[in-house]
Design a protein around this ligand. Sequence first.
Ligand SMILES: [Zn+2]
Length: 312
Amino acid sequence: MSIPYTTDLHQIAPDTYAYLQGNPATGYSNAGLVLSGDEALLVDTLYTLGQTRQMLDTIAKALPAADIRFVVNTHSDGDHWWGNQLVGDATIISSTVAAREMRHHGTEILAPVLSEGADPRLQAILSPFDFSGITPTYPTIAFNGELELTVGTRTVRLLEVGPAHTVGDVLIHVPDAKVLYAGDIMVFGGHGVVHTGPIDNFIHACDVILGLDVDTVVPGHGPVGGKAEVARVRDYLERVRDHATATHKEGKTALESAREFDFSEFADFYGAERVILNIGAVYREINADGTPGPGQLLHQMVDLADEVKAGS
Ligand SMILES: [Zn+2]
């Protein structure tokens, strides 16, 4: 089954849906919907109120009886929860650490990029989005480890696998549909990002997915896939870890390391410049002193993006 990568609500199994935004660029995340009778669980809201409203309108049109009782936020990045206020009547759930992180992860984190005098190349990444009107709306239930929910007559399992992409990543497993919603533990067709790591936890999260009885995986970004795509992400992360560990030993900077990364097997992945963030995360782990800082890496990432463009 191949699901078109278009901005729409796509059925991926009986009463089980992926809402995709058919764009691999930063800020266009995916979401999901699990339905049983009239009762629905929504996986993630989106970056802006406009995006989230469009998604909710699409759901209401396709499934007019669906009543969103539960929302699960897969993690604390804004493109997965800043639309929460539009489903504020639902029970909103995340891991305890993600819920805590959200308190420090409102739109104020964009200020350094949006303020006057900031790098225009970073500003350009955010220029398509209108962040006005967002009132941070936090989870009402938080859990550690695992949580099993009943949606109508269906079972939905939440599995905490962070810290990996962020501190509190959660996978959503729908056993009767053999579907897994991965949040940003999975980005298909592009370079995912290791914000916090450790990278070995991230690789372990891939193994958790590979060990489940699932046929369909909805990534946080990119088209719907399956275990073959998960295995590729795992392979990519191992390459990044091994490459970064070696270049760190050689005394190279994260930027030098990124320039030397062998992209040949991942030439079809969007956003090659993001590799520097992942190399930087491995470096931070080894250095254990907070360096290189994520802000510095973002600036080097746009430098690298210019080089990648000039070289292609
Ligand atoms: Zn995301």
